[in-house]
Design a protein. Structure first.
Length: 135
């Protein structure tokens, strides 16, 4: 099950991008993570990915991340539909991730957050009545 989806913005000027996102969202980022060679900043349903042109090139054109409850289940379901693995499941600072190519050609990053991140950034805000787009 998909718990949260992000729209990514790839940028070589992260400060300017984050300033714009803060202005239009009217809030501060809910997380910032250095994930070499990128810096990730989340505000609402937007994930700003900062880095050099060279660092951003391999992931430009991909969608996501789509935060899933169970990445192994998501992989099995996608494979059953004919999707292919571009980057298999691996541990990352936020939990576990993979890149899949769907049968329509879409490339999507899937992430299963650690239980702590899922609680902090999805479940607790929902219980508090925060709209999903503001989480």
């Amino acid at each position: 099950m998909i718990l949260k989806t992000y729209t990514r913005i790839f940028t070589t000027d992260l400060d300017a991008t984050v300033a714009t996102l803060k202005a239009v969202h009217g809030t501060e980022p809910h997380f910032r993570l250095d994930f070499d060679p990128w810096t990730l900043v989340g505000i609402g349903d937007v994930l700003a990915v900062g880095g050099t042109e060279e660092a951003l090139e391999p992931i430009r054109g991909s969608l996501g991340p789509w935060i899933v409850e169970d990445i192994d289940d998501a992989k099995a379901r996608l494979l059953a539909l004919g999707s292919t693995v571009l980057r298999d499941i691996e541990d990352v600072p936020t939990g576990r991730m993979m890149y899949m190519k769907h049968v329509d050609g879409s490339v999507v990053e899937y992430v299963q957050w650690t239980p702590e991140l899922a609680e902090q950034h999805i479940f607790a805000p929902l219980r508090a009545g925060t709209p999903a787009s503001q989480i």
